[in-house]
Write a protein that binds this ligand. Structure first.
Ligand SMILES: [Zn+2]
Length: 401
């Protein structure tokens, strides 16, 4: 009974305390007339606030945050003390980019001369590339956007079909929770994609995934052969989304690049023969990159990076052949729990990273013709020898008779 009483009192105190927190109640006297944000993609965002109060407004703070980013920006926006205030805060996206296609959440904190404080309800906008008009097609939580005038419905449908088939096939192996929505933006040209993405400080190649946003961007010109590009880029980027989902919320940073990029490259629905050529060339020249070097982001040098993709895909294929899909999932589970690059391999496949590298390299070596022959006919030779073992004593027995 006394316990219940104490609990009720505790609840009442909590409620009273919550009511007294100035930030959670609408402040007397301060009224927001207008609050909005407009942007030009990769140029600037303008946040606008108009507010009034019974006394002078003395302080205005702006807060904004992008989904997938840990940081919340806080800006003390200068104001002249007045009962009516109108502020425009311009955020320069050329120097301080926001992640493309993220949802941006913003809110204001307004204070007046008598100590009233109002924190506005958070508002949101989607930071899409508004330099272009986008067409779109959706099905089953997947949406494909392409630039108006650079593709027809058949172009969008082809991308959507490839995305749906890829998602199903890739997830048959990974068994990751499928994101609620997946958005694919198809740029018409590499330079348009680069212009949009380079400022985020990431290396953007022919495509990129923003796994935390469930977004994929690729550059696929609307010209003959576009489906072959789609078959390479779309499953590649979807793999990154699913790998992220498989190890989320905290494991993605532990997934070695050779596994993430290897899965993505091996899942491309159209092989790139140049990868096989680069791999063979490096093997013959004794210039294969150590697997350990591929734990971390690949070299910015495009030739080295190309070989890194080729090797990673080959290692993943090798793991699949030797350990099956279960091996891939066990590896991902180890990294989801924060394993190191080598530790994950040891834990999941029961072999050291260098041991894995050794058997993978041996598997790349061309087999001597006699060994291939032995392997091929080995079963039959074995059966033949076995039949002799059985037959010879029988013959002896017959002779004795
Ligand atoms: Zn990739």
């Amino acid at each position: 009974m006394a316990r219940d009483k104490r609990r009720i009192i505790a609840c009442l105190v909590l409620i009273l305390w919550l009511l007294l927190i100035p930030s959670t109640v609408a402040a007397d006297g301060i009224t927001v007339v207008e609050s909005k944000a407009d942007y030009s993609f990769a140029q600037q965002v303008t946040f606008t606030l108009q507010a009034t109060s019974d006394t002078d407004i003395t302080q205005v703070y702006l807060f904004f945050h992008a989904t997938g980013e840990e940081r919340t920006e806080a800006v003390n926006v200068p104001v002249e003390p007045a009962r009516e205030t109108g502020v425009n805060y311009v955020h320069d996206l050329r120097h301080f980019p926001l992640p493309p296609f993220a949802i941006i959440t913003f809110w204001w904190q307004i204070e007046d001369a008598v100590g009233n404080r109002l924190i506005t309800e958070p508002q949101q906008f989607e930071y899409t590339d508004n330099r272009f008009q986008w067409e779109h097609l959706s099905a089953d939580g997947l949406t494909v956007h392409w630039i108006e005038g650079y593709g027809d419905p058949a172009f969008g449908q082809a991308a959507l079909d490839i995305a749906r088939a890829s998602l199903e096939e890739i997830n048959a192996e990974l068994r990751a929770p499928v994101p609620e929505s997946i958005t694919i933006y198809i740029y018409n040209a590499q330079h348009n994609l680069d212009a949009a993405m380079v400022l985020t400080g990431r290396e953007w190649m022919s495509g990129q995934a923003r796994p935390e946003l469930g977004a994929v961007v690729v550059a696929i010109p609307y010209e003959e052969g576009y489906t072959s590009r789609m078959m390479r880029y779309i499953p590649h980027e979807i793999t990154h989304l699913l790998v992220y989902q498989a190890v989320t919320p905290t494991g993605y940073k532990y997934v070695p690049c050779w596994l993430d990029e290897g899965l993505a490259t091996a899942n491309e629905r159209l092989p790139t023969p140049e990868y096989a050529m680069a791999l063979e060339e490096a093997r013959v020249a004794g210039a294969l990159l150590p697997l350990e070097d591929l734990c971390v982001p690949f070299s910015p040098n495009s030739r080295t990076a190309f070989l890194a993709y080729a090797e990673s895909a080959s290692v993943v294929q090798f793991i699949r052949e030797r350990y099956g899909a279960e091996g891939i999932r066990t590896l991902l589970a180890a990294y989801a729990n924060g394993a190191s690059c080598a530790g994950g391999v040891q834990e999941a496949l029961n072999i050291s990273l260098s041991g894995l590298e050794t058997i993978w390299r041996a598997h790349l070596e061309p087999r001597a013709p006699w060994r291939a022959w032995v392997e091929e006919v080995g079963v039959w030779v074995g059966l033949w020898l076995l039949s002799l073992l059985v037959a010879v004593p029988m013959i002896g027995r017959f002779r004795r008779r």
